[in-house]
Design a protein around this ligand. Structure first.
Ligand SMILES: Cc1cc2nc3c(=O)[nH]c(=O)nc-3n(C[C@H](O)[C@H](O)[C@H](O)COP(=O)(O)OP(=O)(O)OC[C@H]3O[C@@H](n4cnc5c(N)ncnc54)[C@H](O)[C@@H]3O)c2cc1C
Length: 401
């Protein structure tokens, strides 16, 4: 069992690996490194783990990726969510896994070939259970959809979890790791052998391995080590709508309107709904990103198009029934995360650059450990940082990113 502590000021600490960032990605990384025998210290500047982007997310996971590099992380991550108790060896942990599927829907006939191509690709990649659902079958299985909905891709294994329980599960299941909260990284020291220490507001931690899992702040952490990571941070919002309306289909999947980037899913006490604005500009990371006064109304409007029950819910809503929160997606040049060593500074490892870090965290953390222990050769890792320098990358066509 690991310690989650607020450390007093210290003169110096020593460990095999420092993980920077206590979101779901950093905590999963600390878990896997500690399982591999590393003595780990994770440092988190905030009052608790899972309290920044991870807490702002819609908490969903999916197998439906058209790019092999992403599917190879997403699928084993889903398997780990499914048997989480065994993974972290905590028989009483409950991450509230709900597998009702992801439904990517369209009413645009011109999009149907894209849907067909996606499902063919899922099958090629060995993703089990992916379906193309059209016509009457679609409406029979998802009667809440508007009559004009034409087709959808669906996988009933996709779903959502409690990110708080999952993050703390990884922390509690770690064998030889300490989690320092309220501890801010202020610098990274290097010598001729690469990384040698991490400076924090509590003291210096001597180490030869640092993993950058700082979420929206990953670029800033990179700069501390003299590396300019090619990341863009873009604010994303979500709305929780409190409603007891019987109109809400409680067994519905995470449902995405492919034509207007809107999505929604049932949530205890109401629904989550949001949209991914493709024109949202890049902005600097912040712990308290502002929310737009009209975000919930815009999200409801978009969700209503293919999910008309939203119109009925909206009629009864009061201001107090709506909570909007925000965090950041991090985009890389190919919209895929960076996992593994940074070849520019020996000892610096990366596990960042995510717009979908919740669903990737379990296997991504394991990959960091597998590469560090030599179980996996970084040249076989398509998400290696050096792919950008090698020119060995391309943007994929996965839905909703
Ligand atoms: C509205 C919204 C919906 C989303 N929905 C989903 C979804 O359904 N599924 C999904 O997979 N993803 C989703 N995402 C994305 C997902 O939330 C992130 O990719 C994921 O949480 C990233 O986790 P992380 O651990 O890397 O980052 P974070 O949770 O941000 O953790 C990074 C941590 O690093 C700490 N840190 C930073 N700098 C320092 C420092 N100098 N010293 C010490 N600590 C530091 C921060 O305080 C923070 O706690 C969503 C995001 C948003 C905003």
């Amino acid at each position: 069992m690991s310690d989650i502590i607020v450390p007093q000021a210290f003169t110096s600490e020593t460990c095999d690996a420092v993980v920077i960032g206590g979101g779901i990605v950093g905590t999963a990384t600390a878990f896997w490194l500690s399982k591999a025998g590393f003595k780990v210290i994770l440092v988190e500047k905030r009052d608790g783990l899972s309290s920044l982007t991870t807490a702002a997310s819609a908490e969903c996971f999916r197998t439906q990726f058209t790019e092999k590099a992403m599917a190879d992380i997403a699928l084993p991550s889903v398997e780990m969510f499914e048997k989480f108790k065994d993974v972290v060896e905590l028989p009483d942990i409950d991450i509230a896994i709900t597998q009702k599927g992801y439904l990517f829907v369209t009413d645009d006939p011109d999009m149907m070939p894209d849907l067909k191509r996606a499902v063919t690709q899922y099958k090629t990649l060995g993703i089990p259970g992916s379906e193309l659902i059209t016509g009457d079958d679609l409406h029979k299985r998802f009667p809440f959809l508007a009559p004009q909905a034409l087709g959808a891709t669906f996988n009933n294994r996709d779903g959502w979890i409690s990110t708080h329980e999952t993050t703390y599960g990884f922390a509690k299941g770690s064998k030889n790791a300490r989690f320092f909260i309220r501890t801010q990284v202020t610098g990274i020291q290097t010598d001729t052998d690469g990384v040698c220490a991490v400076e924090t507001n509590k003291g210096t931690i001597h180490t030869r391995m640092v993993v950058n899992c700082a979420g929206p702040y990953a670029r800033i952490i990179g700069e501390m080590a003299g590396v300019t990571l090619p990341f863009r941070t873009v604010r994303r919002q979500k709305a929780f709508i409190r409603t007891a309306s019987p109109m809400v289909p409680k067994d519905a999947p995470f449902t995405v309107d492919l034509n207007n980037h809107g999505y929604w899913r049932p949530e205890a006490g109401g629904v989550l709904c949001a949209w991914v604005d493709p024109n949202e500009p890049e902005s600097a990371p912040s712990d308290e990103p502002a929310t737009d006064w009209d975000f919930a109304a815009e999200s409801i409007h978009r969700a209503s198009r293919l999910n008309p029950f939203f119109e009925t819910i909206a009629e009864e809503l009061k201001g107090d029934d709506i909570d909007v929160s925000a965090g950041f997606y991090v985009y890389t040049p190919d919209d895929k995360p960076v996992i593994g060593p940074c070849d520019e500074v020996k000892g610096l490892h990366l596990n960042c650059g995510y717009w979908c870090g919740v669903m990737m965290a379990p296997e991504a953390g394991k990959r960091v450990a597998d590469i560090a222990t030599g179980k996996m050769d970084n040249r076989d890792n398509p998400l290696r940082y050096s792919r950008f320098k090698e020119g060995n990358y391309e943007k994929g066509d996965t839905f909703l990113k």
